[in-house]
Design a protein around this ligand. Structure first.
Ligand code: COA
Ligand code: ZN
Length: 326
C-alpha cells in the first residue's frame, strides 16, 4: 500500500484497475511546441518505470494533421520497452497501420468518432469511410498477430452536434467487437460526460459486450473527470486512460482541454484502497519535470498539495500559546 492509502469501508467496485498512460500521445499532440524526440524518449522511458499497464506512446497520423507526433517511428524504435508494459499507438487509417506495424507495437488503438461532424473535422472522413477503414485495419492487424483496441471519440457528447445517440454508439462498438477488436475505449473527448450518464453507458456496454475489454477515456474539461471515473469503476470498469500532469486535448474539438490527470486518478484509487500498480512517488517526480518538457507551466493539483497524508509542521506559536494546557 502506498503512503496515501486511507481505505475505509467496503469497496463498491473492482479491487484492481489498470491505467493506460496517454500523455505522450493525447498530451503532446496538442502542445504548441514540438517536443524533441530525445526528450520524448526520456519521457516514455521514465513513465515505463512507474508501473503502468499500458502506455500510448504516439500516433501514426499525417504530419500535416498532427505535426507534434511526426517522429512516431523514431520514438517507437528508440524507447526502452519495459517487460510489464504494453506499448500501444493511435492509428486513424490504413497508411497509419502499416507504419505502426513496422514498429512492433504490443497493440494498436484505432480511432473514429461516434458523431459525424467530429469525425469529419478530426479525420477528414465520413463515419462510413472511417468504419470501412477500421474494419479493414482490424483484419490486417489480426493477420499480423497484433491485438486491436478501438477508441470511439465523442460518445458522451459532441462539441458540434450536442447529444450523441447511445444506441448508435453501442452498434458501432458491437460491429468492431464482432470484427475482432479485443477492446473498445469510450472517449469523453471534450469533457461533456457526467457521472450517471457514464454509469448507464458502462452498464449497457458490459451487458451487451461482456467479452470485450472496456476502457474509459475521460477529459476534465468541466471538472467532472474523477467523478466520472468513480461512476465507471462502480459499474465494474477496470481500465482507465489518463495523462500525467493532466495534459491533453483534441486539436479538432473546440474547447477541449486536459485528460483526467494520472496522478489525481492514482492518488484517488490509492486512498480508496484500489490497486493501480502505479508508483505515485515516481510519477510525481516525472510530473515535476513536465513544465520543462512542454515549455510552459504544467499545473498539477496533487504536485502542489502533495498526497493527502503529507503533513506540515504546526505553527511555531502554538507551543507557546497552549503551554501547560496538556
Ligand atoms: N501517416 C502519415 N501520412 C499520412 C497518413 C498517415 N497515417 N495518412 C495520410 N497521410 C498522408 C498522405 O500520404 C498524404 O500525403 P501527401 O500529401 O504527401 O501525398 C496526406 O497525408 C494526405 O492524405 P489523405 O489520405 O488525403 O489524408 P487526409 O489529409 O484526408 O487526412 C488523416 C486523413 C486521418 C490522415 C488525418 O486527418 C489525420 O492524421 N488525423 C488524425 C487526427 C488526430 O490524431 N486527432 C487527435 C487524436 S483523436
Ligand atoms: Zn483524449
Amino acid at each position: 500500500m502506498s503512503a496515501a492509502t486511507c481505505s475505509t469501508g467496503a469497496l463498491r467496485g473492482p479491487a484492481r484497475v489498470e491505467i493506460n498512460e496517454v500523455a505522450p500521445r493525447d498530451g503532446l499532440q496538442i502542445e504548441p511546441i514540438v517536443v524533441p524526440t530525445d526528450a520524448k524518449v526520456a519521457f516514455v522511458d521514465a513513465l515505463s518505470a512507474c508501473g503502468f499497464a499500458r502506455i500510448e506512446a504516439t500516433s501514426f497520423t499525417s504530419a500535416r494533421a498532427i505535426p507534434a507526433l511526426a517522429d512516431a517511428e523514431a520514438l517507437m524504435h528508440r524507447m526502452q520497452r519495459h517487460p510489464g508494459v504494453r506499448y500501444t499507438a493511435l492509428v486513424p487509417n490504413l497508411r497509419g497501420l502499416e507504419r505502426a506495424l513496422s514498429c512492433r507495437p504490443d497493440e494498436v488503438n484505432l480511432v473514429m468518432s461516434a458523431s459525424e461532424t467530429h469525425n469529419r473535422a478530426n479525420l477528414r472522413m465520413t463515419r462510413q469511410q472511417s468504419q470501412a477503414q477500421l474494419l479493414a485495419m482490424i483484419a490486417e492487424a489480426g493477420a499480423a498477430g497484433v491485438p486491436v483496441n478501438v477508441s470511439l471519440s465523442t460518445v458522451f457528447g459532441c462539441p458540434f452536434e450536442g447529444e450523441v445517440d447511445v444506441g448508435a454508439v453501442m452498434d458501432l462498438a458491437a460491429r468492431f467487437a464482432d470484427a475482432g477488436a479485443a477492446g473498445i475505449t469510450l472517449c469523453d473527448t471534450t469533457g461533456m460526460a457526467y457521472p450517471n450518464q457514464v454509469a448507464a453507458m458502462c452498464e449497457r456496454f458490459q451487458s451487451k459486450l461482456p467479452q470485450t475489454g472496456l476502457t474509459i477515456h475521460l477529459h476534465n474539461t468541466r471538472g467532472m473527470g474523477l467523478a466520472n471515473a468513480v461512476a465507471a469503476w462502480e459499474t465494474g470498469v477496470t481500465r482507465f486512460d489518463a495523462a500525467a500532469g493532466g495534459l491533453g486535448g483534441c486539436p479538432y474539438a473546440p474547447g477541449a482541454s486536459g485528460n483526467v490527470s494520472t496522478e489525481d486518478l492514482v492518488h484517488m484509487f490509492d486512498c480508496m484502497g484500489v490497486q493501480t500498480g502505479v508508483d505515485l512517488k515516481a510519477l510525481l517526480g516525472i510530473v515535476g519535470g513536465m513544465s520543462g518538457l512542454v515549455g510552459r507551466e504544467v499545473h498539477s493539483q496533487l504536485l502542489s498539495a502533495g498526497p493527502r497524508l503529507r503533513t506540515h509542521q504546526a505553527p511555531a506559536w502554538l507551543a507557546e500559546h497552549f503551554a501547560g494546557q496538556g
